[in-house]
Design a binder for this molecule. Sequence first.
Ligand code: GAR
Length: 200
Amino acid sequence: THRLVVLVSGGGSNLAALLEAHTDPGYGARVVGVVSDRPGVAALDRAREAGVPTAVVALRDFPDRAAWDRGLTEAVAVFAPDTVVAAGFMKLVGAAFLDRFGGRTVNTHPALLPSFPGAHGVRDALAYGVKVSGCSVIVVDEGVDAGPIIAQEAVPVADDDDEQSLHERIKVVERRLLVDVVGRIARDGLRVEGRHVRLG
Ligand code: GAR
């Protein structure tokens, strides 16, 4: 089956959705490793509970960002992934990582890109006053949430939403979209031609 490594930094609800999906053999993909840039996060507990091996590659343990990026690349390569999934991974990957895993690393983001990239997509969308937001699954490139878009889904904004309530509504849709896209990549493949992406 198609081997997935999931990159995480926090709660790991998207990871949990992938761990649930992969218990179905028909899903076609299996999470074989989880790599975090932060120790002690809930996502690591979720991986351990599912019996999936984990690694932590923290920026502060390396002399500079390029060395960290090489460390991350090696930690991921150990698991020999077919696809890498950034699921709430809050760091930018660098040149070494993209040399090895470019074109087969995807990221999920809680806004309709190219609007509201970055670490505070939900907050920024609310502050702008949009009435519809959503989530995006993209191919990772050197930019900040700037790679080719694989799939998106819209989520309405309520008048009384705060960051947390909107993020929760988005995350329900996001988990389903991410699981669906990753399953399709596993079964049909991912082809990236410039800004255009085809599943299958
Ligand atoms: C998700 O909503 C994900 O899209 C977002 O962080 C959350 C992680 O939740 N990522 C970004 O904002 C990346 N720019 P989780 O840890 O519960 O999966």
